[in-house]
Design a protein around this ligand. Structure first.
Ligand SMILES: C[S@@+](CC[C@H](N)C(=O)[O-])C[C@H]1O[C@@H](n2cnc3c(N)ncnc32)[C@H](O)[C@@H]1O
Length: 272
């Protein structure tokens, strides 16, 4: 396990309820398109890796697929069992899954490969558990970041903290990938996949401002790490910047309307 993976384990620990209230609603938007891109239909054996609260797993079950869903975080597994009761929900951590070779027709990873310490090894493992001719489909946030994904960094920058924040653990350059269509294709190629495709999905995410703030306020994401180090006055200042930076992105009833988007990549396992 890399330092990045250890950081990720701590970052998600006990956070399912806050995630379901905030980021999960955003991550749910491209889930139907992800399943369409992977061609998920009735009777398919599907693995949803990094299932979180089981959003993709539940949708795949509704399509009549036989779904296995894995995640390292116990609070997420509890949520997934509640949201996707027809799925076989298990503990599982990339890059090593306790699953048989070529067991699945389709593997999905909705915003997961951006949370693993070795994306190349992780995708190799997803290939191992996918049958010949099977599909692996995943999403990541693109670079340059959309407005919504820039927001927490913009709030941090506006705080003008007197001392620099300690750097967060990073993925080693030799196993990392660019969050662009070419970068995603390159990652799929390194795993030996073929028939590669990559599409961009853009949308406006609508959210209750309190629900959206709940994520960093409870320590989630990059801003959450910063807020955890600040006195109440600093947190109040950050909240003020959040209000100011989102003022132009509100609907008449005060809800947030934040532009965002993601990339969906798909590859097929070639014959041996
Ligand atoms: C951004 S959430 C996405 C959750 C879910 N796929 C969704 O659509 O809402 C990232 C998820 O990846 C999981 N995760 C992080 N590192 C992982 C790893 N090494 N292997 C498998 N899952 C991992 C986290 O526990 C978390 O549930």
């Amino acid at each position: 396990m890399t330092e990045f993976d250890e950081y990720e384990r701590r970052a998600w620990q006990g956070r399912a309820a806050t995630y379901e209230r905030s980021f999960a609603l955003m991550c749910a938007y491209p889930a139907p398109a992800l399943l369409d891109a992977a061609g998920v239909g009735a009777g398919d054996k599907v693995l949803d890796v990094g299932t979180g609260p089981g959003t993709v797993a539940a949708l795949a079950c509704a399509r009549g697929a036989a779904v296995t869903a894995v995640d390292p975080e116990e609070s997420m597994l509890d949520a997934a069992r509640r949201n996707a009761p027809a799925a076989d929900v298990r503990h599982g951590v990339l890059p090593r899954l306790d699953l048989e070779d070529e067991a699945f027709d389709v593997v999905t990873a909705n915003f997961v490969l951006n949370h693993v310490g070795d994306p190349v090894a992780a995708l190799g493992e997803l290939r191992r558990v996918t049958r010949v001719g099977g599909r692996i489909a995943f999403t990541v946030w693109p670079y340059p970041l959309p407005m919504l994904q820039r927001l927490w960094g913009d709030v941090t920058e506006a705080l003008a903290l007197p001392t620099p924040q300690p750097p967060l653990p990073r993925v080693a350059a030799e196993v990392n990938f660019s969050r662009t269509p070419d970068g995603l294709r390159g990652l799929l190629e390194r795993a030996g996949l073929v028939e590669l495709s990559c599409q961009e999905v853009v949308w406006t995410h609508h959210a209750d401002p309190e629900d959206w703030w709940a994520a960093p306020a409870s320590g989630m994401g990059s801003l959450g790490k910063v807020l955890a180090t600040l006195p109440p006055a600093g947190v109040a200042e950050a909240r003020g910047h959040y209000e100011r930076l989102t003022a132009g992105h509100r609907t008449a009833d005060g809800r947030l309307a934040l532009p965002t988007g993601c990339l969906i990549a798909v590859g097929v396992v070639p014959p041996r």
